[in-house]
Design a protein around this ligand. Sequence first.
Ligand code: LUZ
Ligand code: MOS
Length: 767
Amino acid sequence: MKHIDSIAHVRGESQYVSDLPRPEGMLYAAVFGSPVAHGRIRKLDISAAKALEGVVAVLTAADIPGDNQIGPLIPDELPLAEEEVHFIGQPVALVIADSPEIARKAAGMIILEHQALPVITDPREAYRKGEIIGNPRTFRLGDVEQAWGQCDVIVEGQCDLGGQEQLYLETQGCRAIPEEGGRMKLYSSTQSPYAVQRTAAKVLGLANHRVEVDVKRLGGGFGGKEDQATPWACLAALGAWKTGAPVELILSRHDDLKMTGKRHPYSSDFKIGLSKEGKILAYRVSHYQNAGASADLSPAILERTLFHSTNAYFIPNVEIFAVSCRTNLPPNTAFRGFGGPQGMFVIEAALAKAAEKMGLPREELQRKNLLREGDEFPYGQRAERVQIGTAWSILKEKYLPSIRQRVDQYNAAHRAVKKGYAVMPICFGISFTATFLNQGSALVHVYTDGSVSITTGGVEMGQGISTKIADIAARALGIREERIRVESTNTSRIANMSPSAASATADLCGGATLKAIDQILERLYAAARKELNLDKKAPCQIRDEQLLCNGKPTGWDWRKLVEATYFSRVSLSAHAFYATPGIHFDKSAEKGHPFAYHVYGAAIFEVTLDGLRGTYRIDSVKIVHDLARPLNRVIDLGQIEGGLAQGMGWMTVEDLQYDAQGRLLSNGLASYKAPEVYFMPDDLETTLLEDHENRFGPYGSKAVGEPPLMYGIGLFFAIREAMKAFRPGREYGFRVPMTPERVLLELYGDESQAAVVKNRFAATREV
Ligand code: LUZ
Ligand code: MOS
């Protein structure tokens, strides 16, 4: 089955927020964002903006009828600034006008006078100055202090990881429509309709039931709309509330890049100790998270960094320290992987450095320390049904020897251009780390013509959740896919929904859909048994739209069954609720069983690097990935390849830069490079492990959304290997992204490239 939306997408018929038919009298909003990263507001002059022809209103914090507060975890974020501003682009005023152009022009006429306050952009500096969010946290296993004494090799180092722009194609936006009785309807491009509903209600001072949020689909989310669709929806709602007219607020790409948060940059220190046989005995790491100006989801993201700091390895003595640091950047937020990738990068860096010191191939150290059945994670959970060994073996047998040989031969034959390879194992925990969020609901209607309508709390953001839900339902009902329609996500049909996030939507909403369908099937079978005078316990089943009872055809097809049930006055609708069983976590002990299961896999990268230009090419990526029984192979392979591309982009070309004044320098797509089709390797092969069933996923499946992103980390280390082959004996750092410019800096530093090259190639004339 292909993606449900594919035909409409290709025809350009799929509707996003700004494509919805325009209601009469609709107005347009634009945001005036702070021009400075930190300051006390002295005066806000909106008079010129207000006087501009076509401007209907200019709203500030004083116009907010309810709470001027939208922080999701900690109340530290104002939808419109009051006394101070904390990052460039922070919303200060909202202009409502007849057209988007006038609204933007008027926003440009607002003047903010301020008293400058010191700007911090570096997380370590923020930490030193006590600017932290929440409490630092530490996960411990064993006793690192006593373990150092038993280590034969100890290495230490630092990693500096850049942020990453989510770069959804559809920018943030919302259309707000005032409705009768003081109600508000919001069409928001959000991964979290319920967050938008409850937050907009709070800002307007309304009960939740007076705000309805509807989401058809998003043009991409990637975490960037898990929490940060909310401010724009609240502002659109405010505009509609104050003017009484429909208001649309769609961020321009430029504003979106400037005003919204991204993946968190991290700076981390590590120390790792090993036995001479290569067993990791102790690991200590400290993570300084660059949270930006308010908490947003940072504490939850920090938590996932803690959970994933040992990646797919068992380490008996561990101490993981992590702290969220407040800086004057836009509040950084969720991005596919949610803090996990940052934790995983650092242990890979530690292993690289240890392998260099021990003179061993890096993958030897990796392999010796892979998780085994029953191993304890630093958070107390034990590894079960561990697939990393299997994935690793397949990768090793199928690819490793030939890649190793090819790289060695190539490097012996070439001087200025070198190859490198690296293996990257992954282990990613599935479940929201906030246990209460692991719940999902579904509402299923069967109509008398046999067509089926399904609403879940899952948001379609291109990841294919609608297709998967339709797939699951068709399978469970034993009917054709064409009979099933998956509806928009709507807060009046599904209440209190969790965000579509944490890779868990198919598990949670698929689980709920199956339960709702079970209820309906029970009723259909009961009605049929009665009509057909069968035993009350006669086993029934629908196969290819035919009703079978006691294993024999009854002559009833799906439509007949549905009609008969309807005429018996039995409900053909069901609502069901699914909550992941068996998960818990105790934050005071930092121990528990937070994840329903883990997703495992391994990838191998081969690259070719030009040591003179600093450029590189990805020759091949081979992945062995654990999906248990995939729900939809085409969609899942698309998720694996897309996740890989995003992970590789983060590691190499996506260079998010702020200056010391907190100004985004990479503020457009001319200065922020993202991977495109030519960046991808021609040779990309994915092998799925399909050797087991997962009891926490619909039909034995496993979550797919986030885990493959972390394969991308392997690319950094493959490039590093090629750099080592080009210029051995140098200390290379762990600064991400490894752009071609950074490759040159690492290879030559302050030295003259010409001198180095001349020296290096002195013995030969060929390069
Ligand atoms: N969102 C969230 C997430 O609220 N909690 C999580 O654990 C999570 N994990 C991954 C992505 N989004
Ligand atoms: Mo996400 S980072 O699963 O919104």
